[in-house]
Design a protein around this ligand. Structure first.
Ligand SMILES: Cc1cc2nc3c(=O)[nH]c(=O)nc-3n(C[C@H](O)[C@H](O)[C@H](O)COP(=O)(O)OP(=O)(O)OC[C@H]3O[C@@H](n4cnc5c(N)ncnc54)[C@H](O)[C@@H]3O)c2cc1C
Ligand code: SF4
Length: 444
């Protein structure tokens, strides 16, 4: 939460970046840009909030050490403009990068206001007017239906349900292993994929989209946090791993059989499951058409990119969740298949500790999060209390004991899992598939 002084600075930054009275009829102050940006920040991790607050304080104080001898928010509008322009043009990253971060935040908040959309003449719409399809649905196990201490017995525990986890879960489950998938994020469907982009980023991305790889330069690396992982919010472009990369895997990392010919049937299979195809010209959009004209005028070759889509309507909202169930993300493809093969899927279940025995993963410990679990728990360590009264707490513990959870290389177990005092209703299966024998052991 920003203090009054920090909000004051953010307001001054927003108004300098998007001033009133220009060619565009609205300025940042007309639509409460700083206040909205402040609400976005409140949804981010405490560490991110702390850094932005520090940044705002530093930004506010910086002109004191210049010929202006005043705080940023006290500068006259012309001086603010000049300060902002000089920072944007600066070759010094410590002057330029903070402003770029604040600019991103302010523009996202500004553009989220319906009055701005209207003034821009922007209308939500699809290039293809067909009604959207509805894909398969999952019923993940989650709090509050699951509560108290839960113990799952499995041959393989998959942490995360994104591109890697979902495919691994499916392959292991259909090979006959008892598979449990634990996903920290919530389960969202097309009905959730509406509203301003930044607000969707807040809901479906880790840390409100503010994840970075620290270094020089610091690079934003946004990550999805939901059932289906980043595939729910990615752009859906699908390239096969290039031969030179496969070659590097083989020569530098000793990965056996990583050559294009050996990999080809696996690529074929994945592309079939997730519906990879060239983007149809009917929905490719004006920018791609212009680009194509340029390519041809230059005598170059090209074709539409390949994407994992079925019935794409060309609305261009892929990075905020597909409202048409057209992008064949993991929650619509591999996860339903994994659950149909017997995998048990937990949502809002964060793995906090992995048990290693004799160099092998032997179990994990996780907490089930309440619907507002992120806000309640953050990234605390040690984890919240393990014993929680049924239904009365935002969190419950979930442990896969060392004797039961084994690595993915364990051969399929002949004996079925046992069930005792289960407080775990049903499995994470895709409807309408019925339950097929995987059971849990729980103790509350
Ligand atoms: C905006 C955007 C656009 C992109 N566009 C493309 C594209 O067009 N083409 C392309 O090939 N790639 C694209 N990518 C990248 C691609 O989506 C990812 O590389 C890919 O999804 C990574 O797969 P993964 O399984 O490693 O991780 P993810 O898909 O990110 O899944 C990891 C999952 O693990 C969960 N998790 C993490 N820690 C825990 C824990 N402790 N307990 C429980 N669960 C946990 C996370 O919540 C997450 O759901 C894009 C990415 C972004 C952000
Ligand atoms: S895949 Fe992307 S462009 Fe196509 S319908 Fe879904 S969100 Fe819209």
């Amino acid at each position: 939460m920003l203090s009054d002084a920090e909000l004051h600075t953010l307001r001054a930054v927003a108004e300098a970046l998007i001033p009133p009275g220009g060619r565009f009829p609205l300025g940042a102050g007309d639509v409460g840009t700083a206040e909205r940006a402040g609400r976005y920040l409140a949804g981010m991790a405490p560490e991110t909030q702390r850094q932005v607050r520090l940044l705002l304080r530093a930004w506010e104080a910086a002109p004191l050490a210049s010929r202006h001898l005043r705080r940023f928010s006290r500068l006259a509008p012309a001086a603010r403009d000049e300060w902002v322009e000089r920072c944007l043009a600066s070759r010094l990253p410590w002057r330029r990068v903070p402003l770029l971060l604040l600019k991103t935040l302010c523009l996202a908040a500004f553009c989220a206001d319906p009055r701005v959309e209207q003034a821009l003449g922007y209308a939500h719409g699809c290039l293809d007017a067909r009604a959207p399809a509805t894909g398969p649905r999952l019923t993940p196990l989650q709090h509050p239906e699951v509560c108290g201490d839960v113990e799952e017995v499995a041959d393989a525990c998959v942490v995360g349900s994104g591109a890697g986890g979902a495919v691994a879960a499916h392959e292991l489950a259909r090979a006959g292993l008892r598979v449990v998938v634990l996903e920290e994020g919530g389960y969202f469907t097309q009905a959730d994929f509406t509203g301003p982009p930044m607000e969707r980023v807040q809901r479906f991305y880790r840390n409100g989209g503010a994840t970075v790889a620290l270094g020089r330069p610091t690079i934003p690396v946004p990550l999805g946090k939901c059932v289906g992982g980043t595939t729910v919010v990615n752009s859906g472009t699908c390239f096969r791993t290039p031969a030179r990369v496969l070659g590097a895997w083989a020569s530098e990392h000793g990965v056996a059989d990583a050559d294009p010919a050996t990999m080809a049937p696996y690529f074929d299979e994945v592309e079939r499951v997730i519906g990879v195809r060239p983007v149809p010209w009917e929905i490719i959009g004006r920018n791609a058409e212009v680009f194509d004209r340029g390519v041809r005028a230059l005598g170059l070759g090209g074709e539409p990119i390949h994407r994992n889509i079925v019935g794409c309507r060309g609305c261009g909202e892929c990075a905020f969740g597909c409202p048409s169930d057209a992008k064949q993300a993991m929650h619509l493809t591999y996860l339903p298949a994994a659950c149909a093969a017997g995998a048990r899927l937990y949502a809002r279940c964060r793995v906090e500790r992995m048990r290693i025995e004799r160099g092998r993963a032997a179990g994990v410990e996780a907490v089930l999060l309440a619907r507002d679990g992120d806000a309640v728990h953050g990234w605390s360590w040690p984890p919240p209390a393990r014993s929680t009264p049924r239904g009365s707490s935002p969190g419950a513990a979930c442990a896969i004991p060392p004797s039961a959870a084994t690595s993915a290389s364990t051969p399929p177990s002949a004996s079925p899992a046992t069930s005792r005092r289960s407080s775990v209703p049903g499995a994470g299966r895709s409807s309408p598939t019925s339950s097929t024998g995987s059971r849990t052991r729980t103790a509350s």
